[in-house]
Design a protein around this ligand. Sequence first.
Ligand code: E4P
Length: 212
Amino acid sequence: MSIYIDSANIEEIKQALDLGWISGITTNPLLLAKEGTEVSALLKDLGHLTSGSVFYQLISETFKEMIEEADRALDILEDKLVVKLPPTDLGFKVCSQLSTRVSCCPTAIYSPAQALVASEAGAQFIAVYVNRATRLMVDGIQLLVDIADVLTNSPTDILAASIKSPDEAFQSIRAGAKHLTLPFDTLTQMSDHPLSQEAVDQFKRDGAGLEK
Ligand code: E4P
C-alpha cells in the first residue's frame, strides 16, 4: 500500500513528506490552477521534493497533443511520472498507447465498467472518486467493493481518491483499494486519536526510560 498527498501546494507537500510515510504526490488540473504559477516549474519542484511518484493529469484534447503533453511531463518528471487521464474513449486510447512506456492512471472513475476498460488499456492505477461518488451517486465504498471484485485478477491497482476523512480512508482499503491519496487535512488527521494522546501524556508523566 502507498499513501499519497493530493495537493500541488509546496508548503503542504513539504510538511506531508516530512511525516516520513508519504509515497508521493497526486495532482489534478484544479489543484495546479489553484497555485497560480507556471505548471512546468511547479512540476519540476514537485519532482525535486519527492523520491516517489508524481501524478500529472493531461489536459490536451486530441490524441496527438495528449501524447506530446505526456512526453513534456516525462521530460520534467522522468521515471517519477504517473500520467493521469480522463476516463473517456480518447483517454483510454491514449492510455493504451502510453502504458507500454509510462505508468498510467485513468482518473475520476465511477463505474466497474470503466475500471475494466482501464485494466484492458494497461493502466497501472485507477483513481476512484470515493467521496464524490457517495455525494453524487451511490455509496462510494460499495463502488470500491464492486470495482475490486471485477479487478480481482487484474494488475491494475485501485487508488482511492476524493477521500474526506480517516474513516473513509480505512474503509476504502477494507473495500479493496490498494492505495490512498489524501488531502493535507485528512492526512494529518490519520495519526490522531484522543485516547492515544492521553496514553502518551500518562507515559510522559508517570513513566521511566533509558537514562541519557
Ligand atoms: C485525485 O487524484 C483527485 O485529485 C482528487 O482526489 C479529487 O477529488 P476531490 O476534488 O473530491 O477532492
